[in-house]
Design a protein around this ligand. Sequence first.
Ligand SMILES: *Cc1c(COP(=O)(O)O)cnc(C)c1O
Length: 434
Amino acid sequence: MTPPESPVIPPANRMPAMHPTLHSTPRSSMPSTTRYSEVGRRIDAMVRTANVPVVRASSVLFESLAEVDQALQDTARGVRHATTYGTGGVPTTMALMDAVAELEGWGAAPALDRKGPGTRAALVPSGLAAIALAVLAFAASGDHVLMPDSIYGPGRALAQGQLARAGIETTFYDPRIDPAGLAQLMRPRTRIVYLESPGSYTFEIQDVAGLAAIAREHGALSMIDNAWGSPLHFHPFEHGVDVSIVPLTKYWGGHADVLMGAVVVTDELWPTLWRAVRGLGLCVSSDDAWLVLRGLRTLPQRVAQHEVSAIAVAQWLQRHDGVVRVLHPALPDHPDHALWRRDFSGSCGLFSVELERGLESRVAALVEGRRHFGIGYSWGGFESLIMPARLQGLRTMKPWDGGPLVRLHVGLESVADLLEDLEQGFQAMGIAPR
Ligand SMILES: *Cc1c(COP(=O)(O)O)cnc(C)c1O
């Protein structure tokens, strides 16, 4: 047997001997800095795996300067899968961009069974960043934005803070406004009509198609936060919406272990959106993109279970002492139930419950010390969460005047365990079992 060939190291690349005791090490096996850079970068085996691998990259390499120039042009134009650098995308993030574009809209043009423009998705580090990107990409100083009074709280803070500082003025409108009412609020510089259906904590359903049509008539863009509908139960582009904002943190990721957001637009708006993404230096890590890709494989099954379990818990709460009403659009007594039936094909695990006035000081007893419901923000993971609404300052157009409001995210635990847990909460509030 011949011994393994010893590597040939050019003398100039040899590491200098660091210490006299190292002299016993044979020189030929001394590590060189070049070897540290070059080992393990070539794999000859082509391995096909079910999943796109995690590709971590800052630098992207080229064969020639002509290839660099081509890539620069393609990336500037927002050509699909073009990249010059990790911020422009790597295979893992490109795979997720395609997946979100296809599930939320219909994917890149020309899709097999579809003519006309495609939809494209940009990825950003959180759902809130997706809201910020969507507005900043399409509005400028002097522009006016209409936002529903029921907007996700940090979205309101964005409008009142960074957007105001950038000279973008926001008016908050009644989420139950009808299209004629919205038309009254449109100004010559109204650039964006922002929608969120159902509204955060209070679950108002909006007439999305009617409001989007008014926006279009007035030369404004309509955008919607589609966290609750998920790609399963609400399809923004079918209702004439121009921009869909997708908190991937919620059901897409689905496991409470990743933060990400996406902005989805049609081809027509893509160059403007992509310029903003590139200009703001927004990008996501491949590890996180991989987690969202993994999560979305089971999105339909998870949401189906969240939906069934949440309705069971909601109906139980409807019959419970101390409860005024349950704010869940899929319940027939919800004021916007008809609109929800018209526009949505299903629901999910998130809804609120309004308790009787006078129970304000006892809400803590309901939510604290639960075995299965954690006290925490966000939702859309596998686990149940409970959180009192803090709407002070979050409803400027029409302050909340009901009893204490508590939001529940019903997770994948057994419904019997969840009901027992809530029953103990009611007992802790001093409300007898039924
Ligand atoms: C959670 C949430 C967001 C923000 O998503 P993050 O990834 O947590 O920033 C935006 N909109 C709605 C309706 C949400 O519930």
